[in-house]
Write a protein that binds this ligand. Structure first.
Ligand code: HEM
Length: 326
């Protein structure tokens, strides 16, 4: 076989692989206004409600950590078939209507072209920029998944140690540094008392609060939360970053260095020998955090994505195109 034959053959073999990658501007020719349409919906909603940045960051995280960024978190459960929405950690994931609104506009402009997984990714990117965070380019070309099973939802929990949490991150190809950076998302949004009440009194059976929490914060949170656990919809909430709760900045790292982490995992990040230096690095370098946060979000958004002909482009983000696929 001559080289002139081998080379074109190799090229033909490699082409589908190359074409099957995510890329910035994936919709430039198939739906040129796609990114603009998403941005307008996000801007409009943000003007009325600044908490959407937190909601979308968490939605993106919970989507990507369960079978990759495939919009499986958006599927509604039915009477007969539960979806990821039924899993406990997803019960407080919100802003599904925002995604529906963007999808409706995109379907009107370019039917069957833009995936719900890309809408989550783009909307998160836009909401982060609106909240003062980095403004970054994000590759697109994801396709929507065909499975949404509550039993597969195993996102890390708030009382995880750093090493336990790290196992969840390495399982999806992220590093310790990515984890410290992505937890910086707790610079916005809220948590229910249920996820940190254990720290406020009788912590680990000691009869006292968690000694690593600033005592002034313990007493404020104790009066908010009390000792009685309640259903999440009646459980009070507090900001994760009580200093600048609506701004994507490096204040979270300063908070946790001062013993003002709300959840155990937040506080441990500042205290664990493996992560403490990253935390103080970000606390002292606002720009460094912004750059790393953008990179880490792009990396998180690339976890196990479906591309090429895999999956589907859902018409309605809440239901699979074909009924049999749940
Ligand atoms: C070890 C990893 C993590 C744990 C254990 C964790 C846990 C939690 C918990 C328990 C809440 C409170 C939910 C509620 O009360 O409704 C929360 C909120 C939040 N999480 Fe995380 N999280 C982790 C990583 C992440 C990552 C990687 C992101 C995004 C990149 C993220 C973004 C958020 C945001 C923005 C909120 C506030 C949500 C809102 O206001 O609705 N978290 N997290």
């Amino acid at each position: 076989m001559t080289n002139s034959f081998v080379f074109p053959c190799l090229l033909l073999l490699l082409l589908p692989l190359v074409a099957a990658q995510l890329r910035v501007g994936f919709y430039n020719s198939t739906c040129p206004r796609a990114e603009l349409i998403v941005r307008k919906v996000v801007q409009e909603r943000f003007r009325k409600n600044r908490t959407i940045t937190a909601a979308l960051l968490r939605m993106h995280f919970h989507d990507c950590f369960v079978r990759g960024c495939d919009a499986s978190v958006l599927i509604d459960s039915t009477k007969t078939t539960p979806s990821e929405k039924n899993a406990v950690p997803n019960q407080t994931v919100r802003e599904f209507n925002l995604i529906d609104k963007a999808k409706k506009k995109l379907e009107a402009a370019c039917p069957g072209v833009v995936s719900c997984a890309d809408i989550i990714t783009l909307a998160t990117r836009d909401s982060v920029a609106l909240a003062g965070g980095p403004n970054y380019s994000v590759p697109t070309g994801r396709r929507d998944g065909l499975i949404s099973d509550p039993n597969l939802v195993n996102v890390p929990g708030p009382t995880f140690s750093v090493s336990q949490a790290l196992q969840s991150f390495t399982a999806v190809g992220l590093t310790l540094f990515d984890m410290v950076t992505l937890l910086g998302a707790h610079t916005v949004g809220v948590t229910h008392c249920d996820f940190f009440r254990n720290r406020l009194s009788n912590f680990e059976g000691t009869g006292k609060p968690d000694p690593t929490m600033d005592p002034a914060l313990v007493s404020k949170l104790f009066s908010l939360c009390g000792t009685q656990s309640r259903p999440l919809k009646h459980d009070p909430t507090t900001f994760l970053d009580r200093t600048t709760p609506f701004i994507v900045d490096n204040q979270y790292y300063n908070d946790i260095l001062a013993g003002r982490g709300i959840m155990q995992i937040d506080q441990e990040l500042a205290l664990d020998a493996s992560t403490a230096s990253f935390v103080s690095g970000f606390a002292n370098d606002s720009l460094g955090f912004q750059l790393s946060f953008a990179n880490a979000l792009v990396k998180m958004g690339s976890i196990e994505v479906l591309v090429g002909k895999a999956g589907e482009i859902r018409k309605n983000c809440r239901v699979f195109n074909s009924k049999r696929k749940m």
